[in-house]
Design a protein around this ligand. Sequence first.
Ligand code: G3P
Ligand code: MG
Length: 273
Amino acid sequence: MPRPYHLFKYNHREGDDFTIIAHRGASAYYPENTLPSFEGAIAMGADMAEFDVQLSSDKEVVVFHDEKISRCTDGRGKISDYTLAQLKKLDAGSWYNKDFKDTSIPTLAEVLDICKNKIAVNIEIKTEAVSKMFFGGIEEKCLKIVEQSGMNGHVVFSSFDPRAIMHLKQIDTTVTVAVLYEKKHYGSKLPSDIMDSLGADVFNCSRSDFKKKWLINTKLNNIPVNIYTVNDAKNMKRFINMGVSGIFTNNPDILKRVAADVKKKQENEGRKR
Ligand code: G3P
Ligand code: MG
């Protein structure tokens, strides 16, 4: 049986079974996937920080979303064409706001260092970084860095690429891994069948791909479900009331408020009955 998703949080409290996941950090307010964005998520009281990982040309694990560096830095070309030292010289903050000039692309180790003891993490392995190798690839590198960080028990992996999920589980059967649903890989298969075929533990899905009828299947099979990316209060409320385990949002402050309101309402209704 998979571990209840809310137990990944630091300082989990009894009855608090919903996870506020800061998507690329508090990325509505800070340049995505940078240390200020993760510090912001911690300050806003998010439970988990989601971020994307890829490899530099010298095979260091860096935190960055796009395959190309032009949207979120002052550079051009692919992330995998540059060494870590070269990537570190790029400005990954000014594209968002001049106040963040010279904010750099962080390594996985640097992000875990600021998250440790404060916020759980969801490490998303980007398809661009996955290879056929299951030893020596990005998956094994990430597992080693997590081990060194001492964050075990507060880390979930995810990927759109089924190979990354299988590699992680082959290297370490105890690691928690989420499937990122994509129609091109899984079509109309039920979540439980997808999970069984990959040996995965958690089902992460976009708000537009998620089918309400899957709720019965995931509940019956005890599969945690997290929905991305929900930034408005109305839809946050809708998904929380469906009973999902967590929501990825660029606005963890809004989700924190909405989750507290829904909980209060549910408690009041419970008392009235
Ligand atoms: O992990 C949820 C979400 O981050 C997946 O999509 O493109 O934002 O990495 P993307
Ligand atoms: Mg992501």
